[in-house]
Write a protein that binds this ligand. Structure first.
Ligand code: TRP
Length: 319
């Protein structure tokens, strides 16, 4: 089980960092992928229309990445009210101090300002645990930034099972080998840094963005020897141009390959790598999105309901 918040288009970091794992898992096991619209309210509560509008792009980006709605259950968090019910019940047993200790809590308040510190925002990792636990999911393919949420989630599950008997499953994070895809400024690719290459970008935009990458600052003239190990453009060749990595490393280090030619090659291979998904994305009828989510949410509710029957029984809410 995993999910994304509908807050904008997905980029190469999402694609290489998590979506490849989603697709791989979905080929061998039952998978649930969530549009986490309630989570989007934690930081976007002033603009519900933006959350609504981002839903479609998110599903289209998933389909472009190769997620198959026939194989995986794609659902909308708010359309599965069992998640919110579980959140209310678990909130009774979770110490506030556990939530305050989750490192993303302080980090995000520092980054976004004290006005995001709502009650719901404090409970963000608990709601996330409910997304996972309501399906009794054991494996959660996510980026490294989510690891502390899963650690917290396991503690909550242990506490519940200790008080009320074995009911919920402890989830484990599944990380990708490519966790830190560099953006155009060399920092981790992230929407908030405005340094992304988006799945939905057109080829020209992709090429422009590749050209804007900051390379080794010591390689000023074409023939200057470069340091591929510190260059984000070199790092990206690993993803879309793996067969040429060794040659590029040598040619950069010896000064035979200039940054302009290196970037041209990267842009071409990246566009070729992204092309099939982009074409799929463009060919999908947008009305399909609603259908996919309606069917997926109904199916998700069936599974969630079975878990909730056990939870309600464990808590003696029903006999
Ligand atoms: N917190 C995740 C993120 O920001 C999104 C998310 C919400 C999620 N619910 C989840 C991820 C459940 C995995 C499982 O990326």
């Amino acid at each position: 089980m995993s999910g994304h918040r509908p807050t904008g288009r997905l980029h190469l970091g999402h694609l290489l960092g998590t979506l490849t794992n989603w697709v791989r898992l979905s080929e061998t096991t039952e998978t649930f992928f969530e549009v986490a619209d309630l989570h989007a309210f934690t930081t976007g509560f002033e603009n519900p229309q933006a959350i609504r509008d981002a839903r479609e792009d998110l599903i289209l980006d998933w389909l472009a990445a190769g997620i198959d709605p026939e194989r995986s259950t794609l659902f909308l968090q708010s359309a599965v009210p069992e998640i919110s019910e579980l959140h209310t019940l678990l909130s009774m047993i979770v110490p506030v101090s556990w939530l305050q200790r989750v490192p993303t809590y302080k980090d995000q308040i520092e980054a976004l300002g004290p006005e995001i510190a709502t009650y719901g925002f404090l409970g963000y990792p608990l709601l996330q645990l409910c997304d996972i636990a309501v399906f009794r999911a054991d494996t959660v393919p996510v980026g490294r930034d989510q690891v502390s949420h899963l650690e917290f989630g396991r503690e909550v599950v242990r506490r519940f099972n200790y008080f009320y008997g074995e009911t919920l499953v402890e989830p484990q994070a599944l990380l990708s080998e490519f966790s830190a895809v560099p953006g155009t400024d060399g920092r981790k690719m992230s929407k908030s840094y405005h340094n992304t290459i988006d799945i939905a970008d057109d080829e020209e935009t992709t090429t422009k963005k590749v050209r804007s990458y900051i390379t080794d600052p010591q390689k000023i003239r074409r023939n200057d020897p470069g340091r591929p190990e510190i260059c984000p453009v070199f790092a990206l060749h690993h993803y879309s141009n793996a067969a040429r990595v060794a040659e590029i490393r040598e040619a950069c280090a010896s000064g035979a390959l200039g940054c302009v030619a290196c970037k041209t090659e990267l842009a071409e291979t990246l566009n070729a790598f992204l092309r099939p998904g982009r074409e799929r994305r463009a060919s999908i009828d947008r009305t399909r999105v609603d259908e996919i989510l309606r069917d997926g949410s109904a199916k998700a509710r069936e599974v969630a309901n079975a878990t909730m029957r056990d939870v309600r029984r464990a808590l003696k809410l029903v006999d």
